[in-house]
Write a protein that binds this ligand. Sequence first.
Ligand SMILES: Cc1ncc(COP(=O)(O)OP(=O)(O)O)c(N)n1
Ligand SMILES: Cc1nc(C(=O)O)sc1CCOP(=O)(O)O
Ligand SMILES: [Mg+2]
Length: 355
Amino acid sequence: MNKNSEQAVLRILDASANRVGEGLRTVEEWARFALDGEALSAELKAIRHQVSTALAVLPRTSLLAARDTLGDVGTKISQDTERVRDSASGVVAAGISRTGQSLRVIEEYLKTINADAAATIEQARYRFYTASANLELLIAAQDRQSRMQDARLYALIDAGTNEAEFQATVTTLCESGVDVLQLRDSSSDDRTLIARARIGTEIARKCSVLFIMNDRADLALAADCDGVHVGQEELPGPVARKIVGHDRIVGISTHSIDQAIQAVADGADYIGCGPVFPSRTKSFDEFAGLEYVREVSAQIQIPSFAIGGINESNLDQVIKSGCCRIALTAALRDCEDVTATATRFKKKLMSANLK
Ligand SMILES: Cc1ncc(COP(=O)(O)OP(=O)(O)O)c(N)n1
Ligand SMILES: Cc1nc(C(=O)O)sc1CCOP(=O)(O)O
Ligand SMILES: [Mg+2]
């Protein structure tokens, strides 16, 4: 290699080493301070040290001598996308991307100087891919949990008569302030259910609405839904959890305070509490009623959704019983104007001074 090329390689390595350090730190700080991810931040720190050790084969003085920040034409090139980050997870995503790219750049140019050091960087790069994937999964899991915590309005929908109708239903509900959607349909075949679950999840995700699959943990996982809802006669909570994992949500139906306490012990992320009133969607012989809603509001800490025959005329009674989260089918399915109705429900639930 001639002198000019050698200088250029050192300049690239110097700039990329700085970028990797900055990128790894950006990602590591989020793992440490936002996620309290002890193992993950330790792994990111270890990767940072592995990279520094590999780069120690380059004399620091020659890297510094090659540095010419003022003469770097790249410092004046800044994309609009680099100037604005719409969220902290956008910062992390940018840090992940910058780190991966810079590790690859170092690996390639280092091959011209020291093949062993380049091989160490390659190992660090693969290690980083695994760590950053785990980090992104942890971020997604925490985001689901916090959205479930903030959720007020939960709508149960069926698969519709065709895909276009289902898409339109999901889109309207997502745009009307519904926080969680559940695909609940016992008459459709598995192929229809999985196709609808995939479409529903995709639309809901774009609107930051959670999409839950009723009864079927296998389909929830296969369709990448946010979670699954199981009843007292279906998969036990821990089994549903085993299938969908800790990154997704598990909801459990409860009809008594003992069942609610058990659901919490079984690791439910939220519970359904009902039936509160007679329902047009499902028939019941017994009703847990408002008394049960009161018990849950007083004793259960995880998000609890009152369900069963709730409509605009009886919503106040639910709120007065201490509950600001409801799950509905008929009140949104059979109304004249879904957007107006959902908006009214949501407004009332949000203005209830309850947690
Ligand atoms: C939010 C929510 N709560 C309760 C139920 C009812 O579940 P389950 O008792 O399993 O009855 P089916 O829905 O399976 O008929 C629910 N689906 N969602
Ligand atoms: C599916 C379901 N489960 C209930 C329970 O109490 O566990 S009540 C119910 C029906 C919910 O629909 P609607 O709002 O039309 O009554
Ligand atoms: Mg069920």
